[in-house]
Structure formats: C-alpha cells, structure tokens
Ligand binder design. Structure first.
Ligand SMILES: C[S@@+](CC[C@H](N)C(=O)[O-])C[C@H]1O[C@@H](n2cnc3c(N)ncnc32)[C@H](O)[C@@H]1O
Length: 409
C-alpha cells in the first residue's frame, strides 16, 4: 500500500510543471465514451461513464442558463465570471478579449441547443436523480445503475447532480433560494466523508500526532460529527468539542454522542463561542464557504486566541482554479497513471460548477478561492504548512495550517 504523505506547500510551489495534461484533454471524453462500449462495465468503468455523462449534464444546464438570461447576455458572458469559467472548462466557448463566445455548434436559428448525445446524457442523469429520490422500480435506467444507487455507490455524485440542476434557475446578479434544508448539505458532506475522505483524515491526524500531542480538538461546523467519530474511535486520548450552528443538526449530533464523555457538542456560531481551553487541533471541514471574506478574517483572529502553541488547523475544502497545483502535487505523489489523470480531469471540471453554485445559492456566502484564502491566513499570522488530497479524485484537499514560524515543531 502507498505510504500516506502530506507535501509542504513550498515543495509544491517549487515543483516544475512539465505538461499540463489536466488542462488540455479535449479528446479524453470521446475516448472514455468509446471505451465504455468495448470494455466490460465494472464499478470503476461505470463511474467513469457517469462522470462523462455528468459533464454533458452540466453543458445542457449551461445552455439553459444562456437561454434564460438572454436579456443579461452581456453580463453573463464576461470572461471573468464563474459562469464563463465553467463554459471554458466544459469546452463550450472561447475567450475573446474580455468576453466568452459560445461555440457555433450550440447556436441554431438564434436558439441555444445541446448536441443530441449531450441531451441524452442529461436526461439519463435526470432519471438517475429521480430513481435516487423516489426509488421507482419502473425507472428506465437499467438494473446495474439501480443496484449502484441502492448500494450507495453513487450517493455523493447523484446528490451533487440533484444540487447542481438547480443552477437552471440561475439569474444574473441574483441569488438562488436554496431548495434544500441545511441538513441536506450536511448529509451530502456525510456521504462524501464515508465514501472518500475518512481514511485520508485518519491518516492525516496520525501524521500530525507524530509531532504534536493531540489532546483537545475543536471541530467548527461539525455537522453530524463524522470527523469527531473517526477521531475519538481511533484516538482514545482525544477530547473533542464540536460547534454547530444549525439547531436540528446539533441536536442530532448531541444525541449521537450522548454516551461519549469525551465529546461535547455546542449549538452556537463559532463567532459567539468563547473558551478558556486551548486546542491542539482545529478542524474546518467544508465550512469556509458559509463565511464572507471579512468573517474569515475575524475567524482566523479568533482561532489564533484558541490555538495552543504549536497547534494545527486542518481545513478540508475544494477549490476550482488550482489545476497547476494539482499537477505538481500529483507528480510529487507519483499519482501519474492514466486512470488517476482521468479522475482528476473530471473532478476539475465539476469543481467549476460547484464554485458557481456556492456563489449563487443563498445559504452560502461565497465560494472558496485558494489565493484569497492564503492572503487571509498570512494577514492573521498563519501559513499553510502541508497539503494532501482528501480523496482519490483530487477534488478536495486537506490543508494543514500553523502559526507562521511554527512549522518545524
Ligand atoms: C457542509 S456542512 C459540513 C459538516 C462537516 N464539517 C462535514 O464536513 O461533514 C457545514 C456545517 O457548518 C455549519 N455552520 C455554518 N456556519 C457556522 C457557524 N458560524 N458556526 C458553526 N457552524 C456553522 C452548518 O450548519 C453545517 O452543518
């Protein structure tokens, strides 16, 4: 088994990028499309087929957005918008000056139309979502797909599609009202954790534990407490305080840990939480997009007062726009196989749709941006020490943060 490693940010930044396969792989989707007809459909190849359809699903959504925003076309198609970035990633448009121009194959008699194959893939994913939600045994999707859904092998992905289809309501300059309860997003996080991140998290905490005594941990926006569970099961010396804003989610998590004397769940905002305790490890897993820039500045000031000397902050988060860093990291980690590159390729594209969603839905304040995040950290006396992928797709990352000057401890 490959040894677990987290790579210092400085090493990633110094690594030379040779060929950026991840940025420019236009023929890849065609190749995967053909492959699915000639190789047996194993779980992995079916997942790849799913991701191929996912990109077409997003393309159809983009065309619907353009059709619905004809009057705001000028603003929609400026090249520095989240929407334009998504169009470029999906290879649907070209950037010319400060605008993006949709490829002519999508424009027909002043209408915007997807290609036939793209529409079929979109409709298939809509059926998958319907089966996932209603368990309708008559759904026309084939038994193998039904089995995958029943066995929860596509949970996170289908929930993501179920979320992103709401981008069809996108209106320039407006927020979309979230169609889901808060616990829906928290539940999606739970699926992602169980399917992808759990083992990496356990490994990362073990790595930190080699140099830092971990006794007292704070989990901010702890949701249903998956990370707390993994921490306490694997580390009998650790006590954890979970802070959760949402009353229903907090109540459910409190109930889950009611017999565990090492876990305290507090239903409060982190901004109102004060403690005399110092924490050796502070977790921020998929929570930063709930805060504005100014709130994050306040947050890190607050965390500085609660972090023990030599303590660590561990963030788990996804970002679009960090392809170069992913290329460097994957080459340092020896993740250079074709299958790995394909997985990263799909995850990259999908992250742009997630960025658009996080900047558009009313429950989130703004999508995370890696460069801005680094600026906030350095303004508050922190810096990134090490990074590693939090899942095999390089979708999310664990980012280990220390006070400046404390990295050698
Ligand atoms: C997407 S969920 C992630 C849950 C968990 N960390 C995980 O990764 O599975 C983010 C959680 O942060 C909570 N949250 C948002 N703002 C918060 C705040 N100011 N203080 C504490 N929790 C907050 C939300 O209610 C939500 O349950």
């Amino acid at each position: 088994m490959k040894q677990f490693q987290a790579i210092p940010l400085q090493t990633i930044e110094k690594s030379v990028i040779t060929k950026n396969f991840l940025k420019d792989s236009r023929s890849l989707e065609g190749f995967i499309g053909v492959l699915r007809h000639i190789i047996p459909m194993t779980l992995s190849s079916r997942k790849l087929a799913f991701y191929n359809m996912f990109l077409d699903f997003l393309r159809v959504i983009c065309l619907k957005i353009i059709s619905n925003n004809q009057k705001q076309r000028q603003e929609l198609m400026v090249s520095d918008s989240d929407f334009a970035h998504l169009l470029l990633q999906l290879d649907m448009a070209t950037a010319i000056d400060n605008r993006v121009v949709l490829h002519s194959k999508y424009c027909e008699a002043k209408q915007f139309r997807p290609l036939k194959k793209q529409l079929c893939h979109y409709q298939f994913i809509v059926q998958l979502i319907a089966y996932y939600k209603h368990n309708d045994s008559q759904a026309p999707i084939g038994n193998a797909w039904k089995k995958m859904i029943r066995e929860k092998k596509l949970d996170y992905e289908i929930r993501l599609c179920e979320t992103l289809i709401n981008l069809e309501k996108f209106e320039v300059g407006k927020k979309i009202k979230s169609p889901f309860s808060e616990s829906y997003y928290t539940g999606s996080g739970e699926n992602a954790f169980n399917n992808y991140t759990k083992q990496e998290f356990i490994n990362y905490v073990t790595l930190i534990g080699e140099t830092t005594a971990l006794k007292n941990v704070l989990d901010i926006g702890c949701g249903f407490g998956n990370y707390i569970d993994a921490l306490t099961v694997n580390n009998p010396a650790i006590s954890v305080t979970g802070i959760e804003l949402n009353p229903e989610v907090a109540a459910s998590t409190k109930q889950k840990f009611k017999d565990n004397g090492r876990v305290t769940i507090v239903n409060n905002s982190i901004f109102n939480y004060q403690s005399n305790d110092k924490f050796d490890l502070i977790l921020l897993n998929y929570v930063l997009f709930y805060f504005t820039h100014d709130e994050k500045v306040r947050l890190f000031k607050h965390l500085n007062s609660m972090l023990s000397e030599g303590g660590r902050i561990l963030v788990c988060q996804y970002y679009s726009g960090i392809e170069n860093m992913k290329v460097s990291l994957s080459s340092i980690l020896g993740d250079t196989s074709l299958s790995k590159k394909i997985e990263i390729y799909y995850a990259n594209k999908i992250s742009y749709a997630n960025t658009l969603w996080n900047n558009t839905v009313d429950v989130f304040k703004e999508a995370e941006r890696f460069d801005k995040f680094c600026d906030i950290l350095s303004s508050k006396g922190f810096s990134i020490y090490r990074i590693c992928p939090a899942d095999r797709f390089y979708y999310s990352f664990f980012i280990e943060i220390t006070r400046q000057g404390e990295q050698s401890q």
